[in-house]
Design a protein around this ligand. Structure first.
Ligand code: TXA
Ligand code: MG
Length: 326
């Protein structure tokens, strides 16, 4: 299959209406879109990514009315939707019967979100149906935040990528379970947990969000998260480094091709994270040292992704966290 790079929403929508796969930009990361009501198209998404079948997909809708066609929203869910949509918040809700089992991975619930990106919204409208879309990476890899990153993983495996340039937020949506008596955070993401009145910690019980069981976000070389960059560098002078300018200065680290300096602004560094991992894995060094940031706001999601990247790589500390891949 020849993967086309498109600028036209109409062409992309036409492919989706015929059961094809099109990656498209959202404000968080690129999604790998398919007709969310077509079981065969949804199965093709799992195949293209190499994604385990037990990890359900998010349905992307144009608005709350679109959400109501696939899920049941109570007053609390409607309040969350009207407060944060379009935006980086996915709500896990009771699914309506027309949602294919493949999307839900057999669960009675479905995750729904309305993305805050003009091309994503135009594409959903033009396709005229909800789009099932996981992040458009090969399972286990860092999510793509540009059309180039999508093609790095999926060229030849999908029909097209709608190129909308880099994603402004660069971290996946925050996932919240709205089916119980209290809201539960299932995945830290681009919307800070604190903005939902929640602790920035994934809450209660095991494997609430099936995807969080799986290995994730791992670059092709080992990654370690370190508290003291200077000390870690003394031990591993050969390592590539991911850190802020302040952390680099404290470690007396000079800028260079194997040093990625993240922005001081937490939202900006969230947006840079995955592109940085994809860049550093290609810089010829055997290891990435990532300097830890405090677990708050969007940095909590940055730390979550770094820890998972570390536990999925041979150099990581968290062996045994995740045996399989998402
Ligand atoms: O920002 C995002 O959310 C991006 C863009 C493309 O919208 N999408 C994304 O999708 O990150 P994906 O498939 O990579 O991650 C979806 C997460 C997984 O952790 C999955 O397990 C969880 O949402 N999820 C989906 N449906 C669920 C459900 N019914 N119950 C619990 N968790 C669910
Ligand atoms: Mg993903």
């Amino acid at each position: 299959m020849n993967t086309r790079r498109l600028r036209s929403v109409a062409e992309a929508a036409e492919i989706l209406r015929h059961g094809g796969l099109v990656a498209f930009p959202t404000e968080t990361v690129y999604g790998l879109g398919a007709d969310g009501l077509d079981p065969a198209a949804v199965r093709a998404v799992f195949a293209a990514k190499g994604r385990p079948a037990d990890n359900p997909l998010i349905l992307h809708v144009h608005d709350v009315v679109g959400a109501e066609t696939v899920a049941v929203l109570d007053a609390r869910a409607r309040r969350l939707a009207s407060g944060h949509w379009p935006g980086p918040l996915s709500l896990v809700l009771p699914a309506r019967p027309q949602v294919p089992e493949e999307v839900r991975a057999g669960l009675p619930t479905v995750a729904v979100r309305c993305p805050r990106h003009p091309l994503a919204l135009a594409l959903i409208a033009a396709a005229g149906r909800p789009l099932a879309a996981p992040s458009a990476n090969l399972s286990g890899r860092p999510s793509p935040t540009s059309a180039e990153a999508v093609l790095e993983d999926l060229d030849g495996r999908i029909d097209a990528v709608l190129d909308g340039g880099p994603c402004p937020l660069g971290l996946e949506s925050t996932v919240v379970d709205c089916t119980g008596p209290t809201l539960r955070l299932l995945r830290l993401g681009a919307l800070a947990a604190e903005d939902l009145g929640l602790e920035p910690r994934v809450g209660g019980g095991q494997a609430l969000s099936p995807g969080m069981r799986h290995r994730h976000y791992a670059p092709r070389i080992p990654l370690r998260v370190v508290d003291d960059l200077g000390l870690a560098l003394a031990e591993h002078p050969e390592a590539a480094v991911l850190c802020t300018a302040e952390q680099a200065a404290r470690a007396h680290l000079a800028p260079g091709p194997a040093v990625y300096v993240l922005s001081a602004d937490p939202v900006k560094r969230g947006a840079e994270l995955y592109a940085a991992l994809r860049l550093l894995e290609r810089c010829g060094r055997p290891l990435i040292l990532a300097a830890a940031v405090p677990d708050q706001g969007t940095d909590a999601a940055v730390m979550d992704r770094l820890r998972r990247a570390a536990s999925g790589s041979q150099g990581g500390a968290g062996q045994g966290v995740d045996a399989d891949r998402a």
